[in-house]
Design a protein around this ligand. Structure first.
Ligand SMILES: *[C@@H]1O[C@H](CO)[C@@H](O)[C@H](O)[C@H]1NC(C)=O
Ligand SMILES: *[C@@H]1O[C@H](CO)[C@@H](O)[C@H](O)[C@H]1NC(C)=O
Ligand SMILES: *[C@@H]1O[C@H](CO)[C@@H](O)[C@H](O)[C@H]1NC(C)=O
Ligand SMILES: *[C@@H]1O[C@H](CO)[C@@H](O)[C@H](O)[C@H]1NC(C)=O
Length: 371
């Protein structure tokens, strides 16, 4: 009884879990649940309550560099975009703030200046000319997928841009940070006659995005270029290590946490309670129980086969199968075949149940005095 009720219970448990995210469930698990959902309606039910459809860019406006931050709402921090094929970035640029040159490996960007003006530029691919523009409030510029591009606030006041990206996981490849994160001797060779030490010295100075912009802008706005943080550089492993003895600041350790300045909307941003951990534990226990049951069934099967083998040995492999017909069975027989040892009077009379204690397991009653 238990063994038949348990799978049902487990099924109910798993089904109930699909109705909404569990509080504190990991971002990756939520996105995985959404991607596995068979229909859009199933995704809608997972995104419960309604606030899961709203992303607060203002609340997520932390981190970044000395001159601002770009906040992106994408599959990495906003599960509602899963299945929608787009994401959105909002740039909060301080005076002269430069979004350092970068590409989006999986998306074209359509960037709209809310207020203020920005100078932008891009290189779409080898052989393409450099394209440059000034984009004023109320205008938008397009950066094709994969193009190297930058945006810089031309003004001495802060400004905001909003960019649509046609992929829920657009990705960013920051050119300076990534290029100088390659093996220093390879970078040195690609620069001609540079040394790995020179490369390492430059690499150690690569500032975080959004960075202070050009000298022209800073001077115009009366801004001094202060020392900026350099935490976005590539993590070093053995195969791209800096020259031994290099005394520059080490790149920060790789972080497994969500990008800084990124928060979830609605209930997804709520407490990281331990309920999901508990649920996971329950799942594991249930899986163990089911596994034990399966092992039990296997044990029963092995036991059955062992007895069967023993009987074969005793009664002989000379045993025959007979069909106990109506002639032998008062009240009607059945058509199933029964194993019978040779030389026994009648199939019905001589039937030996395998189970101990001699209880009959045939579907008909034994005649009185039988056995
Ligand atoms: C968005 O976040 C900001 C900062 O946390 C907060 O002041 C504001 O009330 C939030 N907006 C809404 C609509 O909740
Ligand atoms: C743009 O909007 C932001 C936020 O309201 C404001 O702080 C900033 O001063 C504005 N910039 C310009 C150039 O109007
Ligand atoms: C390369 O640089 C070294 C100094 O670092 C210099 O002595 C050498 O002449 C340079 N070679 C070429 C081909 O420029
Ligand atoms: C979750 O559990 C761990 C260890 O059991 C504990 O250290 C942590 O504070 C808990 N987190 C919350 C949010 O309760």
């Amino acid at each position: 009884m238990l063994s038949s009720a348990l799978p049902l219970f487990i099924a109910v448990l798993f089904c109930s879990r699909t109705h909404a995210f569990t509080a504190g469930e990991s971002e990756a698990q939520e996105v995985a649940d959404l991607k596995l959902a068979p229909t859009a309606n199933d995704r809608l039910n997972l995104l419960n309550p309604d606030s899961n459809f709203v992303f607060n860019f203002t609340a997520a406006r932390t981190g970044g560099g000395a001159a601002g931050v770009v906040v992106t709402a994408s599959a990495g921090n906003f599960p509602a975009v899963v299945g929608q094929h787009l994401s959105m970035a909002v740039g909060f640029l301080g005076p002269c703030g430069l979004v350092t040159p970068h590409t989006h490996p999986r998306a074209t960007e359509f960037n709209y200046a809310i207020n203020g003006s920005m100078t932008v530029g891009m290189l779409t691919e080898n052989g393409a000319r450099f394209v440059s523009n000034t984009v004023n409030a109320g205008e938008a510029v397009i950066f094709p997928e994969g193009s190297i591009h930058f945006e810089m606030n031309l003004g001495c006041d802060s400004m905001i841009f909003v960019a649509g990206l046609n992929n829920e996981d657009p990705g960013v490849n920051s050119i300076s940070q990534e290029y100088f994160g390659l093996p220093p001797d390879v970078v040195a060779a690609s620069l001609g006659n540079a040394t790995a030490e020179q490369v390492a010295q430059i690499e150690a100075q690569i500032v975080d995005n959004v960075a202070l912009g050009t000298d022209e802008c800073l001077q115009r706005c009366g801004i001094t270029r202060t020392k900026q943080s350099t935490t976005q550089r590539v993590q070093r492993v053995a195969s791209n290590a800096l020259p031994s003895g290099f005394s520059g600041p080490p790149a920060p350790p790789a972080s497994t946490a969500a990008p800084a300045g990124v928060k979830l909307a609605g209930s997804l941003a709520d407490d990281a309670s331990n309920s999901s951990t508990k649920l996971r534990t329950l799942d594991i226990v249930l899986i163990a129980v089911v596994g034990a049951l399966a092992l039990g069934y296997v044990a029963i099967l092995i036991s059955y086969c062992a007895r069967r083998g023993k009987q074969n040995k005793n009664g002989g492999n000379k045993g025959i199968y007979t069909r106990p017909g109506a002639a032998y069975a008062p009240g009607g027989g059945d058509d199933s075949e029964k194993f019978m040892a040779p030389g026994e009077a009648a199939p019905f009379e001589s039937f030996q149940p395998y189970s101990e204690g001699g209880a009959r397991t045939t579907p008909y009653d034994a005649p009185s005095g039988a056995l």
